[in-house]
Design a protein around this ligand. Structure first.
Ligand code: FEO
Length: 389
C-alpha cells in the first residue's frame, strides 16, 4: 500500500516505521506509524508531516496525488519532532504554502527550525479555514499533550484529525481499526494512553466534555499514529474509562531483587492475590518493559512495589521506575511497599514515600531482614489476599 483515501479526497500520506522499537523510552515492539494526511480541494492541504527519516517517502506519496510544490496549506497540529522534523524538507518544496498552527506552535517551530522564509497563519480555538468545498475548524488541545497542540476537524466529512490524541504505537499494513481489529487497536491505544496521556487524565475528561458540548458529530478519527477509527465511539468510550481510572479486578506486583529475597516476597504476594480472586501480573523491573507495566497499572485496583536496599537506599532500577510512575500520575490504587534489607529498610521507606505522594490508599509497608522466614512468607501471602480485596 502506498496511498490511501480515508474519505473522499482525503489521503493518508504517512509512513510506517516497522523497525523502531524505542520511541523516547516508550517500548514499541510492533513499531509505529507517522500519519500525515493530504486534503484535495481548491486549496491542497497537508495535515501534519512525518519524522525526518521518512519525509522523502511521504513526499513521494504526495507526488502521486498532487504536485507537492502546489500545496497551499500545511497544518501543524503539533510540533513534536516525530511530526515536524520532516517539515523543513516539505517547505523547501512547497515554498508558497502557508503554515497553519497555534501561536505556541509558531514559537516552537521557530526554535526547532529556520523558518525565516515560511509564511505563517496563527489560529486559535474555533477558527475556520475554507479550502473550497471543505472547511477546516481548529480545536484547541493545549497540553494534550504539549502547549502547542491543536486538532483539525473537517466539517463536511465529520473527520477529526486529532494528532497524538487517540493514537496508538503500532505498525501495521492496515489503516483502519476494523481491519486491524477494533479490540487489537484498543489494546495499543491503551498502551499509548497509559504511557503518554495518563498524567493529563483530568484535562482529557474536560476536553471530551467540551467537544460533546460543541455538538460536533465525529464519524472518523484519524490520529497521527496507528490506525484510523471508523468506530470513534469505541475509542472515546475507552478514553472516558481510562481518564476516570475505572479499575479491573487486577493486582500488579512490580519488583527488582538482588539475592531473591524481595523476589520471594513478590511471589507470595502474587499467590495471595490470586487466591483472593484477582487477576495477577508480576513484573521484574530489569526483565519486563516499563511501557507494558504502566499499561497494566492504568486499570489495576492494587499495586505492590518491591525493592531491596542498596547503599542505604533504593535499588537503582526501582528508583528509575518510581520516577516514571510519579510522572505518569496514576490514580485510585490500593498500594503496598515491600522489600528486603541488611542494615536498614530505607529502600522500602522510599517506595512508601512515592506511593503516598501519589495519594494511593497505602497499606503498612512490609520489609524483611536478609531473607524472609516461613512466617514472613506467610505474612506476604496474607498481604496479597488483602491487595485483592
Ligand atoms: Fe506524536 Fe507528541 O508527538
Amino acid at each position: 500500500m502506498t496511498n490511501f483515501e480515508i474519505c473522499k479526497d482525503v489521503y493518508w500520506v504517512g509512513a510506517i516505521d516497522w523497525s523502531e522499537k524505542d520511541f523516547h523510552n516508550f517500548t514499541t515492539p510492533r513499531g509505529l506509524t507517522y500519519n500525515s494526511y493530504l486534503i484535495l480541494d481548491e486549496k491542497a492541504t497537508l495535515v501534519d508531516a512525518v519524522k525526518h527519516k521518512f519525509v522523502k517517502e511521504s513526499i513521494e506519496k504526495i507526488g502521486k496525488i498532487v504536485d507537492p510544490s502546489s500545496i497551499d496549506y500545511v497544518i501543524v497540529n503539533h510540533i513534536e519532532p516525530d511530526h515536524s522534523s520532516g517539515l523543513p524538507d516539505i517547505m523547501r518544496i512547497s515554498r508558497d504554502a502557508v503554515v497553519v498552527c497555534t501561536q505556541r506552535g509558531k514559537e516552537g517551530l521557530e526554535k526547532y527550525y529556520d523558518c525565516r522564509n515560511w509564511n505563517f497563519m496563527v489560529v486559535k480555538d474555533g477558527d475556520e479555514l475554507k479550502l473550497g468545498k471543505k472547511t477546516l475548524k481548529f480545536l484547541d488541545m493545549t497540553m494534550l499533550h504539549w502547549p502547542d497542540s491543536m486538532a483539525t476537524y473537517v466539517v463536511e466529512d465529520k473527520l477529526l484529525l486529532s494528532n497524538d490524541a487517540f493514537g496508538q504505537h503500532v505498525a501495521s499494513s492496515e489503516r483502519f481499526d476494523e481491519e486491524l481489529g477494533v479490540e487489537e487497536a484498543l489494546k495499543w491505544a491503551k498502551m499509548y494512553y497509559a504511557n503518554i496521556l495518563m498524567p493529563l487524565s483530568n484535562l482529557i475528561k474536560k476536553k471530551i466534555e467540551d467537544i460533546k458540548k460543541l455538538g460536533i458529530e465525529i464519524k472518523i478519527i484519524a490520529p497521527s499514529h496507528g490506525v484510523i477509527w471508523k468506530n470513534p465511539e469505541k475509542i472515546i468510550d475507552a478514553y472516558e474509562r481510562w481518564a476516570n481510572f475505572e479499575i479491573e479486578n487486577k493486582v500488579i506486583i512490580i519488583y527488582d531483587t538482588m539475592w531473591h529475597s524481595t523476589e520471594k516476597i513478590a511471589m507470595r504476594l502474587a499467590d495471595g492475590a490470586a487466591s483472593g480472586g484477582a487477576e495477577v501480573r508480576v513484573f521484574h523491573l530489569r526483565k519486563d518493559s516499563w511501557t507494558e507495566i504502566m499499561t497494566e497499572v492504568l486499570d489495576a485496583k492494587s499495586i505492590a512495589i518491591g525493592s531491596p536496599t542498596i547503599h542505604n537506599g533504593l535499588f537503582p532500577p526501582v528508583a528509575g521506575f518510581l520516577a516514571y510512575l510519579k510522572g505518569l500520575k496514576p490514580q485510585k490504587k490500593k498500594a503496598l511497599a515491600f522489600g528486603s534489607y541488611g542494615w536498614n529498610g530505607n529502600a522500602v521507606k522510599e517506595v512508601q514515600k512515592v506511593l503516598e505522594e501519589l495519594k494511593f490508599n497505602t497499606m503498612e509497608p512490609f520489609m524483611v531482614k536478609f531473607n524472609p522466614t516461613k512466617e514472613e512468607l506467610e505474612k506476604a501471602f496474607k498481604l496479597g489476599v488483602e491487595l485483592a480485596k
